[in-house]
Structure formats: C-alpha cells, structure tokens
Design a protein. Structure first.
Length: 298
C-alpha cells in the first residue's frame, strides 16, 4: 500500500509539473492553466494535443534525468519550449513515424538548450523552441521533403474585429479556432487576470496597426500579426498603469519585427516576441538605473 501511495504521489507531482510546463508557454505557473491550454490544443487537433503532451513530458523528464535545478523543474521551466516544438512539428510535418521521432528528439534538445540559457541567467523566453523548429524545418526541406505538410490557406477579405483578438491567443500555440483562443484566454485569466487582459489588448492593438499598414486581411484575421504581441503584453503586464508604456514599446517592436520577417518570407514563430521583449527589458533596465542614479544625486 505504501509503494502504491508513493507511486501515486510521484505521478501526481509529475503531472502537475507537466501541466505547469504547458502553462509557461504564456509565462504562467498554474496547472489548471496548462490543462486548459492542452484542452484547447486537443480541440484544434488531436495530433497536436498528443504531441504537446508527449513533448512536455519528454522535456520535463530530460530535466529530471540530468538533475537540473529542482525548483526550476517544479516551475515548469523545462516544459514550454519542448511543448511548442512538439506542436510546431505536427503543424509543419505530416504525422508519420519520423515526425514523431523528430518531435521527441527536438523536445529533449529544447530542454537542454533552455537549461544552457537558464544556467547563464540569460532571459531568452522561447528562443530554444524557435532555434530548434527552424533547424527541423531546414533539415526537412533539404533531406525529408516527403514529410513536409502542404499548408492550405483559405481566402479572406472581411475585416473581423471580433476574431483577431482571440485568434491572436490561439496562434501562440498554432491554433486558429476561436474556441481554442477563448480557452487560452480563460486559462491565462484564471492564473493572472491582468496578464490576460493586457494580452488581449496587445492582440487587438497589433492587429489594428497591421490593418492600418495594409497587411493582408486574412493574415490579420487568423492572428499572425497578433500572437507575438500577446506574449509581449503578458511579459510586461503590471497593475501599475505607468508600466503600460513598456507593454506598448514591446508590442510595437514585435509588430515591426513581424512585418520584417513576413515581408521576407521568414517563418516568424515567436522570434519577434523574444527579440522585442529582450530589447524592451534592456531599455527598461537602463531607464530604471538612470532613475535610481538621479534619485540618489538629488
């Protein structure tokens, strides 16, 4: 009986950490948020849902196997990049055996790469996912063209102001359905209402600006100009209204990078979010330091 209880306890703990890993995709540390993310992914695609869960398990198990810092593992920091690698693999590749091997291998490497940056205290957010997914796509397009998926794009000309906010949320984890986007929004709201609302505001703002700059309406409607802004807004979300300026800077920066990448036909993934957030963090740090020195001199 004691062995069974210990096993049940370990299984519950591992499941909780895995769900936290999923929730960290949008910088939350909440197993319920992670569970709703998983539900939203499964709603959009069973294959992607299975890949997300398997990849998060592999990433978390890798961190445990290599005995990375327990407090970092418990926060789910080794789950989110692997989860995104898993979903991205099933987004761009056909779900054949080789693709599953690639997803699992990529998720393990994502955890190791995440550790490399965490150990050096370099805040790179989802950069390991970006680098590994670009590598997977490069290898597949050069050596395994048969497994590449033909992505269909439906035509759209109507400007749908209701959908792009939610679809911005959905596209963070490669989902384009309103239901998935709504589930993701609710999931973040449960963990942090202010983050959820800032994220929605970031999605709407970036979509409106993209429309004003004549971006393709279809791309705006499915959230391609919004999902990086969602993440940027969540990073800098704060109860202090004056801190909203950093949200604005990060969102506009991410949108500029998105325009640049899409204009050059580069698959953006979450790179605009990573670069915009890192630049904004440096600006914020410099500003806070300057303020501190000014206060001391006074």
């Amino acid at each position: 009986m004691g062995h069974e209880n210990r096993f049940s306890g370990k299984l519950f703990s591992f499941t909780t950490i895995t769900l936290k890993g999923l929730s960290q995709i949008m910088l939350q540390e909440n197993p319920l948020t992670g569970a709703l993310f998983l539900l939203g992914i499964f709603y959009g695609s069973f294959t992607m849902g299975a890949a997300a869960f398997l990849a998060t398990v592999c990433g978390t198990a890798t961190a445990m196997l290599f005995k990375f810092d327990k407090s970092e593992i418990d926060k789910g920091l080794y789950g989110f990049s692997p989860a995104l690698v898993g979903v991205a693999t099933m987004t761009f590749l056909n779900p054949v055996m080789l693709s599953w091997v690639i997803a699992i291998t990529g998720s393990i490497l994502a955890a190791v790469l995440q550790h490399f940056f965490i150990k050096r205290k370099i805040p790179v957010f989802t950069l390991p996912f970006v680098l590994l997914t670009w590598t997977i796509l490069l290898l597949a397009s050069n050596y395994f063209t048969g497994i590449l998926k033909e992505l269909s794009v439906a035509a759209s000309s109507a400007y749908d102001s209701f959908s792009f906010g939610l679809k911005g949320y959905g596209q963070v984890i490669f989902q384009d359905s309103l239901v998935s986007g709504l589930l993701f929004l609710i999931a973040v709201f449960i963990s942090s209402p202010i983050s959820a609302l800032y994220g929605l505001a970031g999605a709407v703002l970036s979509a409106v600006i993209a429309f004003k700059f004549s971006a393709p309406v279809h791309d705006i409607n499915i959230g391609l100009y919004s999902f990086n802004a969602v993440l940027c807004a969540i990073v800098f979300a704060s109860n202090q209204v004056k801190e909203g300026v950093w949200v604005l800077i990060a969102v506009i920066l991410s949108l500029a990078i998105t325009f640049l990448m899409l204009g050059n036909h580069i698959i953006q993934l979450t790179f605009p979010f990573v670069l915009a957030s890192c630049v904004t963090l440096l600006l914020k740090k410099s500003f806070d330091l300057a303020n501190k020195h000014q206060n001391i001199s006074e």
